[in-house]
Ligand binder design. Structure first.
Ligand code: FMN
Length: 459
């Protein structure tokens, strides 16, 4: 339904797959939080538990969280498995892009270190070539024992990443090192091991995607060829880089990325209202939707019949990007998209100047192999002072390249390069406020520069 907010959906762009191994320590209950933290970063998660772990937490908890069967034994076969189905621990080992064990008991560290393969988790560990992360948790005497430390060292030398336990009060009543690291810290270690950047942590990104539809009568509409693929790829990329994402989308056949908040709209006016309603929350707005420029003056109440030639009268829709720029809140970055069919860079630059956005991503939708409904795209990332070529590549990769450039805009150096010398003078005249941080200074600089920059643009 229009304007309705959806919870997380599944199935789209689950690019990285993580197997969470849970071994039998008190901290097994915290593994549920580790699963949630990984899912928040748009990772697909499955869980395997040691027999001892099932004494602490029910596999059902992890089955419900992950939406998958939880492997607890080498010997159980799914009832529907065909005789030629791959043996599970091998299949799961090949499925996973990464194995993380949280909590990792002293026992599991020892079995990994010595190559024992006497249950599902240890067998999978030997059978995978994916990176392995372990988050030990145990009593501090066990942790500091020479045997445990030697095992940890052996694993470290083999490339296993150790998320060191924290020091503090332990479940056994002792105080010392051995408490499992926080779930978010474990998720960060996983992201690092996967080579994922986490540079949008703490940001709220409002993304528009897809095309809008303007009704002509109860069954027909004026629409466009936008599939939503670019916007959905941006949502997935922003989320996997740590941002909270609000995705305002026109009708699209795609499943939105998991864990982003989805607001569905149909018309340009609905998109405008949804965007303005959520703009204040956002630190970054990316407008990649293909919004109708015109809407019919009259929407027929009944289905239109064929009656010879027909002329449609259209009215321009509101310019959402311009309105978003007018309502920009301090520090908010605004990036627009321009789909052009000729003189792409010149048209994009004109749009950038006209609208006052921080950047425009301009793409040539006239090229057949890129643009609407294609899985690939090529674009130019335009700011007032730069034109960065983003050559032909998958949309998901392009989404990350666009975000790389957006993140670079946040850095004070690039902000300074972008500002004219007059603006820099303004900055020098700005009083230094007590307690202002780098971020606040940057925000203030941006605020003070914004009207000036706009004036320069109008000139
Ligand atoms: C109540 C209780 C709590 C335990 N907590 C831990 C723990 O925090 N860390 C640990 O390494 N072992 C702990 N153990 C011991 C492990 O459960 C035991 O070594 C077991 O064999 C581990 O099996 P697994 O590594 O296959 O999961 C605990 C045992 C009990 C009974």
């Amino acid at each position: 339904m229009n304007g309705e907010i959806e919870g997380p959906a599944s199935g789209y762009n689950r690019t990285m797959k993580v197997m969470v191994g849970v071994s039998g320590g008190i901290a097994a209950y915290k593994a549920a939080e580790v699963v949630r933290a990984l899912q928040r970063h748009a990772l697909e998660v499955r869980v395997t538990m040691t027999q001892a772990a099932t004494r602490f937490v029910q596999p059902l908890t992890f089955a419900a969280l992950s939406g998958h069967r939880v492997m607890t034994s080498l010997w159980e076969m799914p009832t529907d498995a065909s005789p030629d189905a791959p043996i599970d621990h091998i299949a799961e080992a090949q499925w996973a892009d990464l194995l993380v064990v949280a909590p990792a008991t002293a026992d599991i560290l020892a079995r990994f270190a010595h190559g024992l393969a006497d249950d599902f988790l240890t067998t999978m560990y030997l059978a995978t070539s994916a990176p392995v992360v372990v988050a030990p948790a145990m009593n501090s005497v066990m942790w500091e024992h020479a045997a445990t430390q030697a095992n940890v060292e052996m694993l470290r030398r083999r490339g296993v990443r150790i998320v060191e336990p924290d020091a503090g009060p332990l479940a056994c009543g002792m105080v010392g090192p051995g408490r499992m690291a926080e779930p978010e810290q474990i998720a960060n270690a996983v992201l690092n091991a996967l080579g994922r950047s986490h540079d949008l942590a703490g940001e709220v990104v409002l993304i528009t995607a897809g095309g809008t539809r303007e009704a002509l009568d109860p069954v027909r509409f004026l629409g466009n060829r936008s599939s939503g693929k670019m916007g959905y790829a941006l949502a997935e990329a922003a989320q996997s880089r740590g941002a909270r994402v609000i995705l305002v989308t026109g009708p699209s056949a795609l499943h939105p990325p998991i864990h982003c908040e989805v607001v569905r709209v149909t018309t340009a006016e609905e998109m405008r209202q949804a965007v303005l309603a959520r703009q204040a929350e956002a630190t970054l707005v990316i407008k990649s939707a293909a919004v109708a420029d015109y809407r019919p003056v009259v929407v027929a109440e009944q289905k239109l019949r064929r009656q010879g030639p027909m002329t449609l009268e259209l009215l321009p829709t509101e310019d959402i990007l311009a309105e978003v720029v007018r309502r920009r809140r301090p520090g908010q970055l605004i990036v627009g998209f321009a789909a052009e069919t000729e003189d792409t860079v010149e048209q994009g630059r004109a749009k950038l100047l006209r609208k006052g956005a921080d950047a425009i991503v301009v793409n040539d939708v006239g090229r057949e192999e890129i643009g609407f409904d294609s899985d690939h795209n090529a674009a130019t990332f335009l700011t007032l002072s730069t034109a960065i070529d983003l050559p032909f590549m998958p949309k998901r990769k392009l989404a990350d390249r666009v975000l790389d450039e957006v993140v670079a805009l946040r850095r004070p150096q690039s902000l300074l390069v972008e500002l004219s010398s007059t603006e820099l003078e303004l900055q020098r005249e700005m009083p230094v406020r007590e307690g202002s941080s780098v971020q606040q200074d940057e925000t203030a600089l941006r605020e003070s520069a914004a009207p000036r920059r706009k004036a320069l643009m109008i000139e």
